[in-house]
Design a protein around this ligand. Structure first.
Ligand SMILES: Cc1ncc(C[n+]2csc(CCOP(=O)(O)OP(=O)(O)O)c2C)c(N)n1
Ligand SMILES: [Mg+2]
Length: 152
């Protein structure tokens, strides 16, 4: 069953707690005191927006995940908007470029509105994390809903 940690109204605040959970999962496994899940080992998912990715705390979390190889997926939904500010106003790079600075976190960049590509990539990444116990980032490029609705 999924377990969901606390919510916060400040953007990006999920990265440190979720990375901490992944650290805990790794600790239990390394100490041989983890619950037995067979092939279905736990995976931690940090779901986050493109603008929230620019927060300072994110860097701390990514550094530890890359260094210690935690079983976590950073799932970034990039709609190119930060409320009413466009990506071009608030960031120098997208996350596929940014993550290159964190050796050890494997990247997949996908079109998030392509169901087959999204489904197969997420399936493959979750299976790999369950097996190989290391961090991934999926950068899903997605449309902004409001703009789509206005256009219809
Ligand atoms: C630390 C902090 N700064 C600013 C805000 C105001 N704020 C709320 S949502 C948001 C934009 C988030 O954009 P993104 O992470 O791309 O998520 P999206 O809404 O596009 O899915 C901002 C700046 C906030 N909640 N917390
Ligand atoms: Mg956004």
């Amino acid at each position: 069953m999924p377990k969901i940690p606390h919510q916060s109204s400040a953007t990006g605040m999920q990265a440190i707690p979720t990375t901490g959970v992944a650290m805990g999962v790794q600790y239990l496994e390394q100490q041989n005191i983890a619950e037995e899940f067979g092939k279905n080992k736990p995976v931690v998912v940090c779901s986050i927006g493109d603008a929230a990715m620019t927060e300072g705390e994110i860097s701390e979390a990514l550094h530890m995940a890359a260094l210690k190889q935690f079983p976590i997926l950073y799932f970034v939904q990039d709609n190119e908007w930060d409320i009413s500010a466009h990506a071009s106003e608030i960031r120098a790079n997208d996350v596929s470029q940014y993550i290159q600075g964190f050796k050890g976190i494997e990247l997949r960049t996908i079109e998030g509105n392509n169901f087959i590509e999204s489904y197969t990539t997420i399936k493959e990444v979750l299976e790999t994390i369950r097996k190989e116990r290391r961090p991934f980032m999926i950068h899903a490029k997605v449309p902004l809903w409001g703009i789509i609705l206005q256009g219809t």
